[in-house]
Design a protein around this ligand. Structure first.
Ligand code: LLP
Length: 444
């Protein structure tokens, strides 16, 4: 394997601008991430394979910690979780947002302190709540009135469970209708406008076993502008003022969720955490001053912004054909490991790796190997005209909501996750095997 880097083709330049900062084009046409050529990763671990740049994840954690110094930064585990990510995030000083007993189990058994974990969810199962209460999670974010009595009953007489109430501030933001959670008419939270959020707050305050520490909102995901957050903060501070006026309680925490957008293709907009932090703080301070409230502790919950750009999916081309005027390049993964193009119309920028090509580019549609026509990873993208079976294609910005949303469709099996750092590669999550497929199925 060669690791000679092409001069001037390193991080952040040209078509590698949405790749991890460590990405570097090599003289043989391959691309290295974390100092490891992706072709070598594919050879060693097989394809498809998800590559996670540890340095990029850590650097992104640090950027958030520094930009939001004094605030609580929780990594939203739903974006992607494995034991190594649990450790990296803990070592970088972030807390964790989980939304199931499964995420909680993985985090706690990998050594994450339960008191730094916050539990979310619009429909928490008995197992979710029992686990959270038994382990002693830091906060539970209440999504509806029926949870109040359940949490209170489960909390036991000893300690008061700290909780927040999730509020719908009536702000529309996010990259797709399916991920806009700040508006009325979707399932998360309680409406600020119709009074149900305030009602829930008053009911929580009446529960001796619950300690209401603040309010929460998460207005959406893949948001690329700061303004919607500022509108949400003003409204949330307005509600905090109403809570003080109605119940005489000053709430010490305001959690504004995550949702920070990233670029999937060169030239797309992304939300800058540093700008977001600056503007959020300014508006929070102003609105609190106007309302005569002390500034609450700010909490944020980035998921995609931490891991999205740190991941690269590597596929092998299985078939190339031209049909009906379209050049189809079919790879050995697809909607089973990445449902995002089908679900949200997300557009990715795949790239040939593993070899050089001087062939003129052609417009191709990269499709997966699953049994439906909607299994399209990237339509109308430029690939070298000599792309052929056996080639490797890499899809950057693959770290968030791909493997965490992977399905078992067609019993293809989920790909492994490999971390790269300082020139070495390490298997974090093994490939799902044919044996796994057989072993889970115990009836006949
Ligand atoms: N906090 C809460 C309460 C959330 O529900 C979410 C994401 C986050 C934080 C983190 O959001 P992020 O910073 O990662 O955008 N599957 C969709 C995204 C769904 C997001 C769900 N909640 C996608 O692939 O785009």
């Amino acid at each position: 394997m060669t690791t000679a880097v092409v001069p001037g083709a390193g991080s952040g330049t040209g078509d590698l601008s949405v790749w991890p900062a460590s990405a570097a084009r090599l003289a043989d046409g391959d691309v290295a991430v974390g100092g490891v050529p992706l072709g070598a990763v594919a050879d060693r671990f097989g394809t498809p394979v998800y590559v996670l740049d540890e340095g990029e994840v850590r650097e992104r954690c640090r950027t958030y910690r520094e930009a939001f110094a004094g605030a609580e930064v929780l990594y939203a585990a739903k974006a992607f979780l494995c034991r190594a990510v649990v450790r990296w995030v803990r070592e970088e000083g972030l807390g964790l947002d989980v939304c199931s007993a499964g995420e909680l189990e993985l985090a706690v058994t990998a050594g994450f302190p339960p008191e730094r974990i916050w539990l979310h969810g619009n429909a928490k199962s008995p197992r979710d709540l029992a686990g959270a209460l038994r382990l002693g999670v830091g906060r539970i974010v209440i999504d509806g009135p029926s949870e109040i009595a359940r949490i209170s009953a489960g909390a036991g007489p000893r300690a008061r469970q700290k909780v927040l109430v999730r509020v719908v501030p009536g702000v529309s933001a996010g990259g797709h209708d399916k991920i806009r959670t700040g508006v009325e008419g979707q399932k998360f939270g309680l409406s600020l406008a119709d009074g149900s959020a305030l009602d829930a707050v008053l009911r929580v305050l009446a529960q001796p076993r619950l300690e209401l520490t603040g309010l929460h909102c998460h207005i959406g995901s893949q948001i690329t502008a700061v303004e919607p957050y500022l509108v949400a903060v003003r409204r949330m501070v307005g509600l905090m003022a109403r809570v003080r006026d109605t119940a005489g309680v000053v709430l010490p925490e305001l959690d504004v969720g995550g949702g920070h957008g990233v670029a999937h293709r060169p030239g797309e907009p992304a939300l800058d955490p540093v700008e977001l932090a600056r503007e959020l703080r300014g508006v929070l301070a102003d609105s609190c001053a106007t309302a005569g409230l002390p500034v609450p502790r700010l909490v944020i919950e980035p998921g995609r912004g931490v891991v999205g750009p740190a991941g690269v999916a590597v596929y092998r081309v299985l078939a190339v054909k031209r049909s009906g005027g379209t050049l189809f390049v079919a790879v050995d993964g697809g909607m089973g490991d990445n449902p995002r193009p089908a679900l949200y119309g997300v557009r990715y920028a795949p790239r040939l790796i593993g070899r050089a090509s001087a062939a003129a580019p052609l417009t191709a549609t990269v499709v997966g190997r699953h049994c439906e026509a909607g299994d399209v990873l990237a339509a109308g993208v430029g690939l070298p005209g000599d792309v052929r079976p056996g080639d490797l294609l890499a899809v950057p910005v693959a770290g968030a909501y791909q493997l965490s949303m992977a399905s078992g469709y067609n019993l293809v099996g989920r790909p492994p996750v490999v971390s790269v750092h300082g020139g070495s590669a390490r298997l974090l999550v093994r490939r799902e095997t044919l044996e796994d497929v057989r072993l889970r199925d115990i009836g006949d």
